[in-house]
Design a protein around this ligand. Structure first.
Ligand SMILES: Cc1cc2nc3c(=O)[nH]c(=O)nc-3n(C[C@H](O)[C@H](O)[C@H](O)COP(=O)(O)OP(=O)(O)OC[C@H]3O[C@@H](n4cnc5c(N)ncnc54)[C@H](O)[C@@H]3O)c2cc1C
Length: 422
C-alpha cells in the first residue's frame, strides 16, 4: 500500500474515488481482479490513518482522521450482506463487533397496530446485525493493507474528470494526473465530478434530518430492534452491546433546532415516551449527530469506463436501514463482472459489460428506493385514513406469516439474486 502523491501522470486499470463504505467494500470485492494482475487506485480526500491506530471507542463522535462513512453512526447489516461478507472472508473480523438482531418489533405510537419479525420464524441465525461504522471502517480499511496491486492516495482529492478514448483522466489536488481504464465514482455524491460529465442528481427533500445517538437502558435489549412510528417521526432503536441502542430518529426540520437544544436529561424525557418502556428506562444518552434527509438519484449510473456507486448513484432515506446494504449488493454484482473480465483479460471499462451490470441491479434498486421513500411518507402522515391503513397493515402482518415472511425477506436483503463474489 502506498499513500504518497506524485506530480506525474499515474496509470492504473481501475480507480475508485471514495474510501467510504461503498468504495472500501468495492476494493475487497475486487481482490480476484488484483490476483489476476490488475492494478487498483483508491483515492480519498480524508487521510486513511492506519485503522489499527484509530480510536474505535463506542459512542463517540466522528473521528476527523477517518472518512465520513466511518463516523459515530451504527449500520444495520442485512442477513444477505452478512452472507456476502462471509464469502469475502471478512465476516470473522466484523462478527466480534456485531450485535445480532433476533427480533424486530414494529409499532405505531398511539395506535394499536404492531407486529414482530423473528429470526426463528424466518429460519435464519439472525435477521441482521448492528455494527458501529467505525468498526466497519477498521475492518475494511485495515484489511486492505498489503494488498498487492492496490495504490492508496490519501489525503488526495480528485478535482477534475474527463473521459478519454481509453478510459478516464483525473486531475488530482496534488498536481498529479491519473489515467484509468475504469473509473468508479463512490464519492458520496457531494463532489462536482459527475456534474463535470453532465450527470445530474435528482433530489427529493424530506424536510427532515436523522438525529443519531446512542442510549443506555436499565434492562438488557434481548437482541430486539424497535422500529417505532412516533408523532415526531420514525425512530429506530437498534441493539448494541447488552444494554445499549443506536438510535436514529427522523425529525422534521421545524422541530430539529428545539430538540438539538435540549439537555441530555430533557432529550431522554422527550425520547422515552416516543419509544415507550419496552426498551426499559433510558439512563444515558450519547453525543448527537444530524444528517439531512433526501432521496437523491443520479441521471445515469454507467457509461463506457465509468460507474457511479453507493450514495453517488442513489442516496435513500435511512428509515429501513437499506442504503449501504443496497450499495453492497450493487458493488458485489459489479465486482462479479469486473473479476470475470479480469480473468479473461478483457477490458474492464467495456460498455456492454457495464450495461449488463446496470440492468441486473435495476429492479433491486427500484424496489429498495421505492420502499425507502414510501415508508417515511406513510408513517409520518397525520391523516387519519393513512393511520388506519398503516395500522391495518401492521395488524395484517401480525396475523399473516406469509406477509411477514415477504417483508422480512426484503429487510434481510434476500429478495434479490445475490452476486456470488469470486
Ligand atoms: C443516519 C443514517 C443512518 C444509516 N443507517 C443505515 C443502516 O442502518 N443500514 C444501511 O444499509 N445504510 C444506512 N445508511 C446509509 C449509509 O450510511 C450509506 O449508504 C453509506 O454511508 C454510503 O457510503 P458511500 O461510500 O457511498 O458514501 P460516503 O460515506 O459519503 O463516502 C464518500 C467518500 O468519498 C470521499 N470523497 C468525496 N469527494 C471526494 C473527492 N473529490 N476526491 C476524493 N475523495 C472524495 C469522502 O471523503 C468519503 O470518504 C444510513 C445513512 C444515514 C444518514
Amino acid at each position: 500500500m502506498t499513500t504518497e502523491t506524485k506530480t506525474e501522470t499515474l496509470t492504473t486499470d481501475i480507480t475508485i474515488i471514495g474510501a467510504g463504505m461503498a468504495g472500501a467494500s468495492m476494493v475487497h470485492m475486487l481482490k480476484p481482479a488484483l490476483e489476476a494482475g490488475l492494478t487498483i487506485t483508491l483515492i480519498d480526500r480524508q487521510p486513511l490513518k492506519s485503522m489499527s491506530e484509530a480510536d474505535t471507542g463506542a459512542g463517540t463522535g466522528a473521528d476527523s482522521e477517518l472518512p465520513p462513512s466511518f463516523d459515530g453512526r451504527a449500520t444495520a447489516l442485512s442477513w444477505g450482506t452478512r452472507q456476502m461478507l462471509e464469502t469475502m472472508g471478512i465476516w470473522s473480523d466484523i462478527a466480534p463487533h456485531a450485535c445480532a438482531i433476533d427480533r424486530i418489533h414494529v409499532s405505531d405510537e398511539g395506535n394499536p397496530g404492531q407486529t414482530q419479525l423473528t429470526a426463528t420464524e424466518q429460519d435464519v441465525e439472525a435477521l441482521g446485525y448492528i455494527v458501529e461504522n467505525r468498526r466497519l471502517g477498521q475492518v475494511l480499511l485495515s484489511g486492505m493493507e498489503g494488498l498487492s496491486g492496490l495504490r492508496m492516495l490519501a489525503p488526495c482529492s480528485a478535482e477534475k474528470v474527463t473521459m478519454t478514448p481509453t478510459g478516464a483522466r483525473l486531475e488530482l489536488d496534488s498536481g498529479a494526473s491519473l489515467e484509468t481504464g475504469l473509473l468508479i465514482i463512490a464519492d458520496g455524491g457531494r463532489s462536482p465530478l459527475p456534474k463535470q460529465l453532465g450527470i445530474v442528481h435528482e433530489r427529493k427533500e424530506y424536510n427532515a434530518h436523522a438525529l443519531v445517538t446512542q442510549v443506555r437502558c436499565d434492562q438488557p435489549h434481548g437482541y430486539c430492534a424497535y422500529e417505532r412510528f412516533s408523532s415526531d417521526g420514525p425512530i429506530a432503536f437498534l441493539p448494541l452491546g447488552t444494554h445499549d441502542f443506536a438510535v436514529a430518529w427522523t425529525i422534521n426540520n421545524d422541530t430539529l433546532g428545539d430538540i438539538m437544544a435540549l439537555s441530555d436529561a430533557d432529550l431522554i424525557a422527550r425520547l422515552q415516551p416516543r419509544i415507550g418502556y419496552r426498551v426499559g428506562r433510558i439512563l444515558e444518552v450519547g453525543e448527537r449527530q444530524t444528517y439531512p434527509l433526501a432521496l437523491i438519484k443520479a441521471s445515469e449510473q454507467v457509461r463506457r469506463s465509468l460507474v457511479l456507486l453507493g450514495n453517488t448513484a442513489h442516496s435513500i432515506h435511512p428509515v429501513a436501514g437499506q442504503g449501504f446494504n443496497l450499495a453492497f449488493r450493487d458493488a458485489a454484482a459489479l465486482a462479479e463482472h469486473i473479476n470475470s473480465a479480469a480473468r479473461k483479460q478483457q477490458p474492464v471499462g467495456d460498455l456492454a459489460m457495464l450495461q449488463r451490470y446496470a440492468a441486473q441491479q435495476a429492479n433491486d434498486q427500484r424496489n429498495t428506493v421505492v420502499a425507502s421513500d414510501v415508508l417515511p411518507s406513510m408513517f409520518c402522515s397525520d391523516l387519519t385514513a393513512v393511520a388506519v391503513i398503516r395500522d391495518l397493515g401492521l395488524a395484517g402482518m401480525a396475523a399473516a406469516p406469509t406477509v411477514r415472511r415477504l417483508f422480512a425477506r426484503h429487510a434481510m436483503g434476500l429478495g434479490h439474486t445475490a452476486a456470488k463474489l469470486g
